[in-house]
Write a protein that binds this ligand. Structure first.
Ligand SMILES: NC(=O)c1ccc[n+]([C@@H]2O[C@H](COP(=O)([O-])OP(=O)(O)OC[C@H]3O[C@@H](n4cnc5c(N)ncnc54)[C@H](OP(=O)(O)O)[C@@H]3O)[C@@H](O)[C@H]2O)c1
Length: 218
């Protein structure tokens, strides 16, 4: 029996490279995307650029501090997260918050949170009812445009404590032609953030122009 695809309404905070990549995959899955920028014109420009790529989904521009739909992606530098958590406050209550950030000190290529993780720090900043899922921090923005590297669909590793929230993010990932790999509860984010850091550091050494992917094969 063919499963009917369930489309979702997703807000993306940020209008940079990852916002473009993730929006492209969400639109390919027929979802409805609302982009929120923090400087005038940026969200409008990205929405205009991506309009033509929408396959059954739609893209629009939202207002700062407002969330449309159940799922919201934080497509911003880790350093911006605290102020965004304050700015959105209770608007995040009951939502699924997807943290894609890599909290790295780029001068030394070390984690900002040795022995812990950025996601665990974010949980302390958001309403108790917000369900955090870490995902997409190991996939490079440029590779999300086609969703493939070397002809193979990208693996999107994710972790979080809420099983229902991870099931919904799995649907979004799979509808966009990617493979979702649930690696377990929030504590596993420590390893996912280390994977993200290692991927960045190793692609720099191999000079692959941020167009590589981490793949699990069996
Ligand atoms: N690039 C990748 O391949 C990749 C892969 C995995 C994970 N990530 C993670 O994804 C996140 C985004 O990376 P990116 O490459 O997309 O970065 P980017 O291209 O620099 O985009 C960042 C976006 O965040 C916006 N922003 C910054 N401060 C903000 C604030 N206070 N409120 C609202 N928006 C704010 C920026 O707007 P302005 O430009 O107007 O300031 C920009 O639209 C980072 O945490 C990164 O670690 C990136």
């Amino acid at each position: 029996m063919i499963k009917e695809a369930i489309t979702m309404h997703v807000t993306i905070i940020g209008t940079g490279r990852m916002a473009r990549g993730i929006s492209t995959r969400l639109l390919a899955g027929g979802n409805h995307v609302t982009l929120v920028g923090h400087k005038p014109g940026e969200a409008e420009a990205l929405a205009e650029e991506l309009k033509g790529t929408s396959k059954g989904g739609s893209i629009s521009v939202g207002k700062v501090g407002k969330i449309s739909g159940e799922v919201v992606f934080l497509a911003v530098p880790f350093g911006a997260v605290e102020s965004i958590a304050k700015q959105y406050g209770e608007a995040l209550a009951g939502k699924i918050l997807v943290d894609i950030t890599n909290p790295i000190v780029y001068q030394t290529m070390e984690s900002i949170f040795p022995g812990s993780s950025g996601a665990e720090a974010i949980v302390k900043l958001i309403p108790e009812s917000t369900r955090l899922v870490k995902a997409f921090n190991t996939t490079f923005a440029g590779t999300l445009l086609s969703g493939k590297v070397a002809g193979l669909p990208l693996d999107v590793f994710m972790a979080g404590d809420d099983v229902d929230a991870k099931a919904k993010i799995t649907q979004l990932i799979e509808a966009g032609g990617l493979i979702a790999i649930d690696v377990g509860p929030l504590i596993r984010v420590r390893q996912l953030e280390a994977m993200g850091l290692l991927h960045i550091a190793s692609q720099q050494l191999r000079n692959t122009g941020y167009m590589s992917a981490i793949k699990m094969v069996a």
